[in-house]
Design a protein. Sequence first.
Length: 113
Amino acid sequence: MTPAIATKDEELDRALRAVADRNRRAILSVVRASPRSVNDIAAELGLSQQVASHHLQVLRAAKLASSTRVGKQQFFVVETDGLAAVQAFLNEFWPSKLNALKAAVEAKVRKDG
């Protein structure tokens, strides 16, 4: 495996592990519309600040979230570029499924006349 492929696979693995957790998916949903502080995220999801911070660290390591410091607070947002590896992986499955669906519909149309 070449280094570029290994890096791409590692990015995909980190991203998939990150979104596999229900709390991290909820955090991504909370911060997708606008930047939010750890305290806001924790309060909205009913998590402790420590738990929210842990999940945010995982999301940042997976490049699915980033933060900006304003004074003493950090505000988190979704990094849509980080989701690109997951999207590219999932997109690989659609052409064959769509072709199979098209063939099934065409066969039914031919049969039903």
